[in-house]
Design a protein. Structure first.
Length: 318
């Protein structure tokens, strides 16, 4: 049986990836931060191997990786909020860059023959002129937040270890992925959690930021399938965009979510939710990955939004 190590296993994408890999009969080991909750894994904890490990602790990381000797490494542990990165850029840069460095150095130093997924972000491309949309992998990188800078660095670190150490590294740049269990610092769960709370309160006002930007949304359950395909069928050293290929206005996403609401809700702009710099419009060209693996998203946006708001309602019932 193949062994997979997932860093950030208890997070949004990590928990969905874990459930998918269990279906594939893969033995799963997961690093989670000792101070972070693992509620997302409650239904499957008896089927996986959880390891309390701060990935900034290089000695602990190396010790555990030597014991596990994984066949797959999915490095998902990261500070993932562009908005938060403006508030504390140093923590975002330190965490995202040094965590990955400790993982890659531990694998290289101990000659572990693992396939490694390095996860970048669509934010690496920055604010693209519409004439360059949809975005292909050859589009110049222009990060416009500390978070995006950290992801470019992770991306290039992955390339450097492939070139220098000949490690089996595949890099991906996922565009916005959404679904149940995502933290409310992101736009879709922020809307969904507020709607669920307002339903409980009998109505009220929903606070929003900029509704006139456009994003490329994919269900997280489609994205995690792509993560495994990237390691099974992707070319080592290469980078692949992952997304839906469709650009959707945030206001239209909000309207779809509000159509599920059971009470009357007023929408109000909250200036504190506006970012210092924002990407106006982005969409993904995932044809390179599709040609290599056959992958394409299968879950409609309407289903994802419905599942997300239902998840937020159930959270309030606990």
């Amino acid at each position: 049986m193949k062994k997979a190590l997932i860093t950030g296993i208890a997070g949004f994408a990590g928990s969905h990836l874990t459930k998918y890999l269990l279906e594939k009969n893969i033995d799963i080991y997961g690093f989670y931060h000792p101070d972070h909750p693992t509620d997302n894994l409650d239904s499957i904890k008896d089927r996986i191997n959880l390891v309390a490990c701060d990935v900034l602790d290089a000695k602990k990381v190396e010790s555990e990786i030597k014991k596990i000797k994984p066949d797959y490494v999915f490095h998902l542990a990261a500070f993932s909020s562009p908005a938060q990165s403006f508030i504390d850029p140093a923590s975002t840069l330190q965490n995202n860059i040094l965590c990955q460095l400790s993982i890659l150095e531990s694998i290289a130093k101990n000659d572990i023959d693992a396939r490694i997924l390095v996860v970048g972000s669509a934010d690496e491309y920055g604010n693209i002129d519409e004439k360059y949309l949809p975005v292909g992998e050859e589009t110049p990188l222009a990060p416009n937040s500390p978070y995006a800078v950290s992801k470019v660095t992770q991306d290039m670190l992955g390339l450097q270890f492939f070139l220098h150490k000949k490690m089996k590294i595949v890099r991906v740049r996922p565009f916005n992925h959404i679904g149940p269990a995502q933290a409310p610092v992101f736009v879709v769960p922020a809307f969904a959690s507020q709607i669920a709370q307002l339903e409980k309160n009998g109505g009220g006002t929903l606070k929003v930021g900029n509704l006139e930007t456009y994003r490329d949304f994919t269900d997280v359950r489609d994205i995690v399938k792509a993560y495994l395909l990237a390691l099974d069928k992707g070319e080592f050293g290469e980078v692949y965009n992952l997304g839906s290929g469709k650009s959707v206005r945030i206001k239209d996403v909000l309207d779809k979510l509000l159509s599920h609401s059971k009470v009357k809700i007023k929408v109000e702009i909250d200036k504190s939710l506006l970012r210092p710099v924002d990407i106006k419009k982005i969409s993904c060209d995932f044809s390179k990955f599709q040609k290599k693996t056959g992958w394409q998203p299968s879950i409609p946006l309407e289903v994802t939004l419905s599942d997300t708001i239902e998840y937020e309602r159930k959270k309030l019932q606990k």
